[in-house]
Design a protein around this ligand. Structure first.
Ligand SMILES: [Zn+2]
Length: 170
């Protein structure tokens, strides 16, 4: 085998590995598998077994100085949150912190419970947060694929895996 052949072979191996990675990214895992992950991106497939009323989460926060009538600082959250930590801020113009108010941007959210399909599966349920337009046309019993991010969060006295959906498809 010549040197050129070796190089070509090497290149073709790299191409195969890339294809494998792409296929893995599109591959859906189960609800049971997702619940055992910590903080990572996933594609999960499951049946919708529960749907909450529409709720709101905070998608961005802006500090405003009412004395100077200016926006001081806006923070947009990649993953919306239920509560916001209230840090103290001083206006750099008037040097006051008494006239500072906070304005929030909200996003519509629906919590759904996903479960694996089949008669011999575990009855574990994954809480999944759907945002904006993804909160429309959600039906109980529907098999869906959700692309999103699993985040570990406190829930009552324990830590739990919650899925923040970026996209849902049936
Ligand atoms: Zn000010």
């Amino acid at each position: 085998m010549s040197l050129d052949d070796d190089i070509l072979k090497g290149t073709s191996n790299v191409a195969e590995e890339c294809t494998d990675t792409l296929e893995q990214e599109q591959h859906c895992i189960t609800v049971s598998q997702t619940l055992r992950l910590h903080n990572e991106s996933v594609n999960v497939r499951g049946v919708i077994v529960g749907i909450s009323e529409p709720i709101k989460m905070i998608s961005a926060r802006t500090f405003i100085c009412n004395t100077c009538d200016i926006k001081l600082e806006t923070e947009t959250y990649d993953r919306p949150r239920f509560v916001d930590s209230q840090k103290k801020l001083k206006c750099p113009t008037c040097n006051s912190n008494v006239a500072i108010t906070v304005a929030y941007d909200y996003v519509n959210v629906v919590k759904v419970k996903l479960q694996d399909d089949g008669s011999d599966v575990q009855l574990e349920q994954l809480t999944c947060l759907l945002f904006g337009d993804d909160t429309l046309n959600i039906h109980p019993g529907e098999m869906v694929e959700v692309k999103g991010y699993v985040e570990v969060q406190p829930h009552k006295d324990v830590l739990q895996a919650i899925l923040y959906a970026q996209r849902i498809a049936s």
